[in-house]
Design a protein around this ligand. Sequence first.
Ligand code: SAM
Length: 295
Amino acid sequence: MLEVTSPAGIRDILNRYQLACRKSFGQNFLIDRNIAGKIVAAAELQPDDLAAEIGPGLGALTTRSAGSAGKVLAVELDRGLLPALAEVLAGLDNVVVIQGDALEIDFDRLAQEHTGGVYGRDARQYKLLANLPYYITTPLLLRLLHEHYNISLMVVMVQLEVAARLTAAPGTKDYGALSVAVQYFTDAKLLFRVPKTVFFPVPAVDSAVVRLVLRQKPAVPVKDEKTFFQVVRAAFGKRRKTLLNSLAGSDMAIAKDLWKDVLHNCGIDPARRGETLSLAEFARLSDSLLEVRNG
Ligand code: SAM
C-alpha cells in the first residue's frame, strides 16, 4: 500500500497523473500520519462497522479506516483524482470509491446498495468520517442532519472557527443557527485543534476535529421540527436587534402583535437578543407559535 502523507509524496503522485491540487474543490491534503490516525481512532471503528467517507482525496484517512472498519464507502467529487486514489488504495478490497457529490448523494441508499440492505435506512447505523472541503462544510452538515440519515457518529475535520460554532453555548459570539441545529441533533464535542501546517498546500486557517454523536431523540422535544428551525433562523436573522424585531422582520411574515402574544405566552422577554436563547427556549417559542396560531 502506498502512503501519500508527505508534500513530496503528494507532488510525486499528482505529477505522475498530471494533476494539480484543486482549490475550488477544497483540496488541502492531510500530511500528518499521527493526526490521520487520531481522526480514525476517534470514530472507534469496529470490524463490523460500515464507514462512509466524504472526500477521500489521496486516501490519508481512507487507508486507515479500511484497516479498522468492515467496509468503507468513499465519496469523491473530483473524477480526475480517481486513478491516483485507486493506486493508493490498491489491495484494499473493503474500500469502494464512489464518484459523486456529497451534497447530493443519498447516503442511506448508498449504504443499503453496498451492503445488501444491512446498513442504511431502517437497518444498521453507519459512521461518517471526513476531512471536509471547507467550502461545503455548513450546507453539508445541515443536510446530513436534516435528512435524518441513519448515522450513529460523525468525526469531521473543519475550520477551527466552524468547530467553535458547532459547539458554542448560548450567549457566546459563536452561537448561531448552525450551533442550534447541530446540538439539537447531536452531542457535539471539539476533540482537538489541528495546525494549518499539516496540510498540503497550507490553507489560510487552522482546523479542528469534531465528534458528533447522533442523538436517539432530539435534545429538546418540539411539536414541529420545521417550525422550530424556521423560528431559529428568524431569531438569528438580525443579530443586533431584539428578539421581537428579528422575528417580526423575518421572512416568516407574521405580524409583530402576534409575535408579542407568542413571546408572552411562553414567558420569553421580547427585548432579549435571539443569540441568548437556549435550545429549550427555542422549543418553547416555536411550540408557543403553533399554539397561538392555531388559536
Ligand atoms: N481526505 C483527504 C485528506 O484528508 O487528505 C482529502 C481532504 S480535502 C480537504 C477534501 C476532499 O473532498 C478533496 O479530495 C475534494 O476533491 C473532495 N470534495 C470536494 N467537494 C466534494 C463534494 N461535494 N463531494 C465529495 N467530495 C468532495
